[in-house]
Design a binder for this molecule. Sequence first.
Ligand SMILES: C[S@@+](CC[C@H](N)C(=O)[O-])C[C@H]1O[C@@H](n2cnc3c(N)ncnc32)[C@H](O)[C@@H]1O
Length: 439
Amino acid sequence: MEALPPDSPAPSGRMLTLTCQRPAAGGTFVARHEGRVVFVRGAAPDETVIARLLDDPEEAKNARFWRAEAVEVLEPSPDRVPTVWPEAGTEGVGGADWAHIALPAQRRIGSEVLQELLTRAKVRSFPVEDAQVEPASDDEDGLAWRTRVRYAVDPSRRVGMRGWRSHDVRPVGHDPIAVREISQLDIPSWAAPEGTEAIDAIGPSDGPPAIVIVGRDLDQASIEIPARWDGADVSVQNASGLHPLRGDGLVRERVGDRVFEVSQTGFWQSHRLAPQLLTDVVDADLDVHDGDVVWDLYGGVGLFAARAAQAAGPGSEVVSVEGSARASALAATNLADLPGARAEHAECVAWVREAVAAGARPDRVVLDPPRAGAGQELMRLLASAVTSRIVYVSCEPSTLARDLAAIEEKGWRVTDLRAFDLYPHTHHIESVAILEPAP
Ligand SMILES: C[S@@+](CC[C@H](N)C(=O)[O-])C[C@H]1O[C@@H](n2cnc3c(N)ncnc32)[C@H](O)[C@@H]1O
């Protein structure tokens, strides 16, 4: 980090000396400056840093709180360690905002944030201190886990990554977070063709890795694939869609004895261990019985629906509901051999509203919404219709806490909540909550 005295003028903001205290949602740490709260990123608990103010100085004058980023550590936190990724963090690339914090401390801090969010949302039926972030088993160092990586390209065609919440493209060499199959492609040393906006790399658990070259006006016929990508599938995504140059535009993901087809541009859990871990947890939590009616909302390509259909047997009805037409079509393919399972392409809230109005009473529901969460209407509808159990999978604890509080108001309770470090070296966590009607 650069060393600047606190009163130094800086191009992007004023320098402040700050002592960071508790963690806040979003990966920052709370400090105070002349009574005002400052959210500091790139810091750690109980450390004093010189931080650059990120807000416009004029607008910041009347703001309730400020945002800043640490540029120099004066008194380090006991949790600070040499970063696992020197190119990430302040002035560097985003995607590993806690790479300078010891891995066990990351999980402790994640637990504190989760507990604080549950407390603030007034979740009352579950002892919040029991919400603790667990590592995925077999993930000792939190490295080489990310199976989906997005690279950015600057106007001079250099491949890098974006800075944290920034449009700047910053240079990147070795990414220790990406799975080896992606690192080996050495995408950052490629001179991207004119018009390339981004490059997506996918390291699936079955079959070859894939590269998607993204640019509205890219001409797929003009792309020269470097020899070192010989073992990878390659596609171009332009304004007219996805054009496979090598391969079929899909990747294959193995979970236990099943292989799922996933679009190269579609959603799949990003930690290499997440699909198996989450499927096992959801399966145990749903506790499906023969003949049950089960909904898998925000179902993607059918990951949880497949296991539920296997567990519930042929007399059951398992429906995967997914808003992306492509993912829903792939879910139909992935579920085709499972009697009683089917995929619906629909917006989840609208689909549930209609089903409940028509008298549907599912026994069990798993939902895995995007970061925005399920929202009040869906929680209310599920509370009124589900007869036995809901399992809520969440990648955003603030919206999870809000949605749990909403369903508690409808007479439901949280009977278990586990959290997993499925995004090591970042502040993100994955949570799985079991909900049941109060007795
Ligand atoms: C977090 S992913 C979960 C996917 C799946 N459960 C899995 O683990 O692979 C959320 C999914 O919800 C879908 N989605 C987002 N908003 C939706 C909506 N309003 N209605 C239906 N699906 C939606 C996305 O396309 C995405 O596939």
